[in-house]
Structure formats: C-alpha cells, structure tokens
Design a protein around this ligand. Structure first.
Ligand SMILES: *[C@@H]1O[C@H](CO)[C@@H](O)[C@H](O)[C@H]1NC(C)=O
Ligand SMILES: [Zn+2]
Length: 244
C-alpha cells in the first residue's frame, strides 16, 4: 500500500516526492542563471556524477563555490569522504557553469595523477576568463593529461535538468533552451585554446542594458587551423564559393 502510494505521488508531481535525490537537487531558477551561457554571473556551480566500477548506480550531487572554488571543494570532499580503493575504476562527470581556472586545473591534475583509475569528463557552460594565457594553458594541460573537456550542448542541459533540478510537476522536458549560437561560439573558442591559437571570441558586458556582447575576430591562423565545418557551424561565416 505504501509503495503504491509513493508511486502514485511521484507520477503526479515532479521529481519531488519519494525521490531520495531531491535534497541534492538545485532549484530551476538556480540552474537557469548559473548555466546560462549569456550570463556572466560570478559564482560558480558544479553538478557531478560519480560511478564506481561496473556498478549501474550513479551518485549525483551539486556544489557552489564557497571561499574556495567548486573544483577544490569537490576534491576536498571526495578525498575526505571516501576511502579510495585503487583497484576499482571510478568515472566522474562534471557539469560546471565556468571552466576551471589555471589554479584549479593544476589541482585537478594533481588529484588525478594520484588516482590513475579515475577518469574525468568536464562539460562547461562558459569559459572562465578565457583571454588569460594561464587559464588557456591550464585547460590544455588538463586535456593533455587525459581529461575530456566539452561545451555543454542541448543534450547536456536536458540531462542536467532531469537529473539535478527540482523541476515543477510535469515540466521534466522544460529545460532552458538557450540560443545555440552561444554554445557554438564557446565551442569555437575552446578549439582555439586546444590548438594554441589566439582567442577569436571576445565577450563583454554592457552593464546598463544587462547585455552580454560577443565579437568574433578571425585571423588567418584561425582559418588555416580550425576545421572548416566548425567555423561554418557557427552560422556567422559565409561559405566560401569556388568558381570553376
Ligand atoms: C563565490 O564566488 C564569488 C565570486 O568570486 C563570490 O562573490 C562569492 O562570495 C563566493 N561565494 C561564497 C559563498 O563565498
Ligand atoms: Zn578555480
């Protein structure tokens, strides 16, 4: 009887009743402002998944920055809470509102170098101070040490909404639809970082109008090094026409 009751409730509400992950979920407005690629909100949010060995169980939790960056808080929590078993593989997925700064990148590499059975995949909604050479190098070092870094796309927003957000009843498919242009611009800039090219996307904020503006500056090196399909995917660059 109780079981039936529980199931009925969870059918008629959102993820809430009877969901043991509820207290770990964040509110819809938090997800919407933290992970909006057009917002330049200073605080950072981390949503993470941990999977041990071949277990199908996925541990999910979230964190916000305190006096320390979210990445460091994660490492501290993971290190203190778990007696790490080096014979069991561990797969970690992060959904970060901001990409790691160079100091966090360094700490992540140290954390991973001590734990060879841990793999880390990072999805980010924005690149943190991406013009800074040290931050660019930090991301390259992470990638070179085996970390996967990608810009969040619609499928990741959908996944996070369903699994990390306390969405209202019946709104499980109502994840925020951000303009795909921003994800494409950040993906383009991440390509520049990986290829050690100068930045091609400049992002600035018009405080009075609450507008985030971008400027795309493509130099010869960008055209030479970035695969054409990635440049064209932004929809901002004309297809070069070859006359025969
Ligand atoms: C998180 O970081 C922001 C920006 O650095 C800062 O303003 C805020 O106070 C931090 N949050 C906490 C809880 O310390
Ligand atoms: Zn950091």
């Amino acid at each position: 009887m109780w079981v039936l009751f529980d199931i009925l409730i969870s059918w008629s509400t959102g993820p809430s009743t009877g969901d043991p992950t509820l207290r770990r979920r964040i509110e819809p407005w938090e997800f919407e402002v933290f992970f909006d690629p057009r917002e330049l909100r200073k605080e950072a949010c981390l949503l993470y998944e941990i999977q041990w060995g071949t277990s199908h169980k996925i541990w999910r939790n979230s964190g916000k920055n305190t006096t320390k960056h979210v990445e460091l808080n994660f490492i501290e929590k993971f290190t203190s809470e778990r007696h790490f078993c080096s014979s069991v593989s561990c797969s970690i997925i992060w959904f970060l509102s901001w990409s790691p700064c160079w100091e966090c990148s360094k700490a992540i590499r140290e954390f991973l170098s001590q734990r060879p059975t841990v793999t880390l995949v990072i999805f980010v909604s924005r690149l943190f101070q991406h013009m800074d050479q040290q931050n660019r190098q930090g991301l390259r070092d992470l990638i070179n040490s085996g970390v996967t870094i990608q810009i969040m796309r619609a499928s990741e927003y959908d996944h996070c909404w369903r699994n990390f957000v306390n969405y209202p009843p019946g709104k499980e498919a109502h994840w925020p639809r951000y303009p795909p242009l921003w994800m494409k611009l950040y993906a383009l800039e991440l390509h520049c970082i990986i290829l050690s090219l100068p930045p091609c996307v400049m992002i600035s904020r018009r405080c009075q109008k609450q507008l985030t503006l971008f400027t795309l500056i493509l130099k010869k090196c960008h055209y030479q090094m970035i695969p054409a399909h990635i440049l064209l995917a932004t929809g901002l660059i004309q297809v070069p026409v070859t006359w025969r």
